[in-house]
Design a protein around this ligand. Structure first.
Ligand SMILES: Nc1ncnc2c1ncn2[C@@H]1O[C@H](COP(=O)(O)OP(=O)(O)OP(=O)(O)O)[C@@H](O)[C@H]1O
Length: 263
């Protein structure tokens, strides 16, 4: 299957800080329309990897290539907001993006089902509402690539699935690629095209169902999760493509990745 030019690629990326190897041999490519999720234990280097890919941290080895002029929307893991500073949601969306007019701010909120929050005070938002607003902000410039670091942080368990549905909706509406870091293993397995399991290096990667059965994944997370399965009325080839022309009751990856295992 021929792929379009990736939005972003990393080739043998490594980062060493003060004699400590935080990441090594990270190679990946993210295609338009694809949702790729980075998982791994605490301290595995997930946020560090995002920062390298975004160009916020410089790699010690290897190379990152971004499509020239790539528009990126970034939702960081933590955002320091001074709750005592009164600011409306609309004003927050416009911070640093003065070109975003009232109507565009409304549209950005509408994309995540939060149009009614435009005049609310940022300090009054619930955890789930705040994550919607952060998503709306990341997506407000119609990025070609959305980068989301733990997008369900502060969202109660019942609302987490909804956040992943919103992300898939943004991917569909904007046609963007999505790169996200998550700890919500089971939810992620159902909501992503490809999983990258890292612990300083890539432990395993591929289609969620394949990764969830990988010995390297089970060694890291086996005590936390049951293997992920979805209702199958078809079979996959090794490439991830569906055998025959069965329709599928889950969303297929746009560009099913080859499964590779690296330890
Ligand atoms: N600039 C830096 N200098 C030194 N060490 C760093 C730097 N940035 C990150 N680290 C270390 O690198 C390791 C990986 O951090 P990172 O935040 O990428 O992990 P993570 O996988 O995102 O973790 P978590 O799941 O807890 O958010 C940590 O031990 C952290 O202390």
């Amino acid at each position: 299957m021929s792929h379009p030019e990736p939005l972003i690629t990393a080739d043998n990326l490594g980062l060493e800080v003060a004699g400590r190897q935080l990441l090594q041999n990270i190679t990946l490519a993210l295609q338009p329309g694809e949702i790729v999720t980075v998982i791994g234990p605490n301290g595995a280097g997930k946020t560090t990897l995002l920062r390298l890919l975004l160009g916020l941290t410089r790699a010690s080895s290897g190379e990152v290539r971004r499509r020239p002029g790539l528009r990126i929307g970034y939702m960081p893991q933590r955002l320091q907001i001074d709750a005592s500073m009164p600011m409306s949601v609309r004003r927050f969306l416009q911070l640093g993006q003065a070109q975003l007019d009232r109507e565009q701010a409304r549209m950005a909120l509408q994309r995540v089902g939060a149009a009614e929050l435009a005049d609310a005070s940022l300090a009054d938002l619930s955890g789930g509402e705040m994550q919607r607003v952060l998503l709306a902000r990341a997506a407000s410039r119609k990025p070609q690539l959305l980068v989301l670091d733990e997008p369900t942080q502060g969202v109660d368990v019942g609302g987490q699935g909804e956040v992943y549905r919103l992300i898939a909706g943004l991917r569909d509406q904007l046609g963007c690629g999505v790169l996200l870091v998550s700890h919500d293993l089971h939810l992620v397995m159902a909501a992503t095209d490809k999983v990258l399991c890292i612990n300083q290096h890539i432990c395993c990667e591929g289609h969620p169902e394949q990764v969830s059965r990988d010995p390297a994944y089970l060694e890291l997370f086996g005590d936390k999760v049951a293997p992920y399965t979805h209702q199958h009325n078809h079979q996959h080839k090794l490439s991830g493509d569906v055998v025959g022309d069965h329709s599928c009751d889950h969303e297929q990856p746009h560009h099913p990745p080859e499964h590779r295992e690296r330890k």
